[in-house]
Ligand binder design. Structure first.
Ligand code: ADP
Length: 257
């Protein structure tokens, strides 16, 4: 009888713990949703007045502003910086909102890559960079939100361009596998590279390398955090291998469809 009582006590305790855990996880989810909502609302509210400010600054570009020229240019530069941050905050809120029902449709990643290359081709050419795409002749399909998947590719390619100040080649490779029912997108550059101790922090919001060569580039530290959220929501994974001064290689693995 003692043993039965003991087992019953343990079962009750387990049930109570399970219930507590479930409630806690629900509360955390609600808090997460609230955080994303707040982030989205604040960013959205900032975006409208910013658009007005940038518009007026652009009007001033051709005007005779006399001695105020350098000050206006500085205000313009900094306003564009804030706008970049607000845009990234909106994307972060969108990619981490647990309440958002993600759009799902079969997407051929070859088209996603093509769009990202088109978006960044001018910047790459200006930087003396060549972009090479290696992809099979047949579709490389995953199920997901096309806009989100394009964001993954554009952010990785954008970084490869930004952190390759001495030119070189950027290679985007699409493939099936190596694990069954997966597809991979690899973005490889010959740029400044990332120190080993910094690599695990890349997916954290606002992380930027302390390497002077990286700090020279304008950025928000949100690009890879956005990429990591989107990859996670699509049931995939991302990893990086990199060597300082030699280049970086980002690999995204997604479920095939
Ligand atoms: P941002 O580029 O806006 O600073 P990201 O989240 O995209 O933010 O990247 C975080 C940091 O990771 C960057 O500041 C940079 O130091 C490093 N990084 C990202 N991609 C590369 C790359 N391809 N080569 C070298 N460093 C990179």
């Amino acid at each position: 009888a003692l043993e039965i009582g003991h087992d019953l006590g343990r079962a009750l305790l387990n049930a109570r713990l399970f219930e507590q855990e479930r409630r806690l996880s629900e509360e955390l989810k609600a808090l997460d949703g609230y955080k994303s909502q707040l982030l989205a609302t604040v960013s959205h509210e900032l975006k409208n007045p910013l658009t007005g400010i940038v518009g007026h600054l652009e009007l001033l570009e051709g005007a005779d502003v006399g001695e105020a020229g350098p000050s206006i240019a500085a205000v313009h530069r900094n306003t564009l910086r804030i706008r970049r941050l607000v845009d990234d905050l909106l994307l972060l809120a969108r990619s981490s909102d647990p309440g958002r029902r993600a759009q799902r449709e079969p997407v051929d990643l070859r088209e996603v890559v093509e769009d990202a290359v088109e978006l960044l081709s001018v910047q790459a050419t200006v930087g003396g960079l060549e972009i090479v795409v290696v992809a099979p002749d047949t579709p490389v399909c995953t199920s997901g939100d096309p806009t989100d998947l394009e964001r993954i590719c554009a952010n990785l390619l954008g970084n490869a361009v930004k952190y390759s100040p001495d030119g070189g080649t950027i290679t985007l490779t699409l493939d099936h596998g190596p694990e069954p029912d997966t597809v991979t997108l690899v973005c490889e550059d010959q740029g400044i590279g990332i120190a080993p101790e910094e690599q695990e922090h890349l997916w954290t919001e606002f992380f930027r390398s302390s390497d002077p060569a990286a700090e020279k580039q304008v950025g928000t530290g949100l690009g890879l955090a956005i990429v990591a959220r989107i990859v996670e929501r699509h049931g995939g994974s991302i990893d990086v291998s990199s060597e300082l001064g030699r280049g970086s290689r980002f690999r995204v693995t997604l479920p095939a469809c």
